[in-house]
Design a protein around this ligand. Structure first.
Ligand SMILES: *Cc1c(COP(=O)(O)O)cnc(C)c1O
Length: 369
């Protein structure tokens, strides 16, 4: 076993597999000089809609815009409320805030880190215009239970971390009225820059989303609503189309790596392995364990050349950006308990058994100290 560092994410192996296709596709775009939208974007939108099983996919600038556009297509704005988990990437809350609506947080299930249906239901008021389950770390939130708890409030999925995941056989991204996803480079399906998409099977919502991203313009020189500029670049669409053809295989490699970690960690005291909720087909965007003395363990891992991370160290309500919501420490106990103990281990398509053994060796020493 070597002491070679193991990064948290290694995108090089993925790139090597698509390099030729990307180079050819980019050469074609450069010769046509159609850089925003166009045939390459349309081709990717069609392929991704088909892959997920949604009728419509609208390519946009990034995942945060995708969430905001999905909400705005539903008419969410000032005076409305949207419910989302306290333990998510800040973008979910940011997108809600940018619509003018109020962020209403709910706690997660401490075992799965997914939005707790009862907590979501309790957060609903007559002003609630959307509930946003986050398919965190690569597994779908229990959307059917959340739907039962929140009544007829529309569900908008944050599917940024769940490309290819399924719940009870249904694809993440088809479980709500709209879904937003991100193709940030490190996601399971990642571009070479920023990109995102909105998915829906409702044709009117699809039209509304597309209109918003195109400066509220249904036709050249006509602007029917105040929209903004959020469209997918053709160069990114080329990358995404090439990678989409390999996504299932790469997710399978992530699953195999997660299984290897589970087997190795079963022998290590003091490390709680992640739990897959019943009915879920996980795509392991992140492999998140729990340990005591997390910050010291993380420092030991870094000292040992292991690129571990924390997703996320601060729940939304304890960030400066959302301090104005007025929740102190203790408001969302499960989210806060997780924030103090979670640790993301290196996991990506192409990670080797030897690399994982090295991660577990350094981790076992750190927790035993
Ligand atoms: C990445 C991510 C986003 C935002 O995507 P960007 O493309 O970075 O704007 C939103 N929600 C979650 C859960 C994410 O992981």
């Amino acid at each position: 076993m070597t002491d070679t560092p193991v990064p948290l994410v290694d995108l090089g192996a993925q790139h090597a597999q698509v390099a030729d296709e990307v180079a050819e596709g980019w050469a074609a775009i450069l010769s046509r000089t159609a850089f925003v939208g166009g045939a390459a974007v349309k081709d990717f939108e069609t392929a991704y809609a088909e892959y997920i099983g949604a009728a419509h996919c609208i390519g946009v600038g990034n995942g945060t815009d995708a969430i905001e556009m999905a909400l705005r297509a539903l008419g969410v704005g000032a005076g409305d409320e949207c419910v989302l988990p306290a333990n998510t990437f800040i973008a979910t809350a940011e997108a809600v805030a940018r619509t003018g609506a109020t962020v209403v947080l709910a706690d997660c299930d401490e075992t799965t880190a997914l939005l707790d249906p009862a907590a979501a239901g309790a957060a609903v008021t007559p002003r609630t215009k959307a509930v946003l389950p986050v398919h965190l770390y690569g597994q779908a939130a229990p959307v059917e239970a959340i739907r039962a708890a929140v009544g007829d409030v529309p569900i908008v999925e944050d599917a940024a971390q769940s490309q290819g995941a399924r719940r009870n056989g249904e694809a993440a991204g088809t479980l709500g009225v709209l879904a937003a996803t991100s193709f940030y480079p490190g996601k399971n399906l990642g571009a070479y820059g920023d990109a995102g998409a909105v998915l829906t099977s409702d044709p009117e919502l699809a039209t509304a989303v597309r209109l918003l991203g195109e400066h509220g313009s249904p036709r050249k020189y006509e602007h029917t609503v105040v929209g903004f500029n959020s469209r997918m670049d053709a160069l990114q669409a080329v990358v995404l189309s090439a990678k989409l053809r390999r996504l299932d295989e790469w997710n399978q490699q992530r699953r195999a790596a997660a299984d290897r970690y589970a087997a190795m960690l079963a022998e290590v005291d003091g490390v709680v392995a992640p739990v897959t909720a019943e009915g879920n087909e996980h795509v392991w965007h992140l492999y998140v364990v729990r340990v005591a003395e997390r910050d010291r363990v993380l420092a030991d891992l870094h000292a040992g050349g292991i690129g571990a991370g924390i997703h996320y160290p601060t729940p939304v309500h304890l960030t400066g950006a959302f301090a104005h919501l007025g929740h102190g420490s203790g408001a969302f106990p499960a989210a806060e308990a997780l924030a103090g103990e979670i640790l993301s281990l290196p996991l990506y398509p192409g990670i080797t058994q030897a690399q994982q053994e090295r991660v577990v060796e350094v981790l076992a020493k750190a927790v035993a100290r």
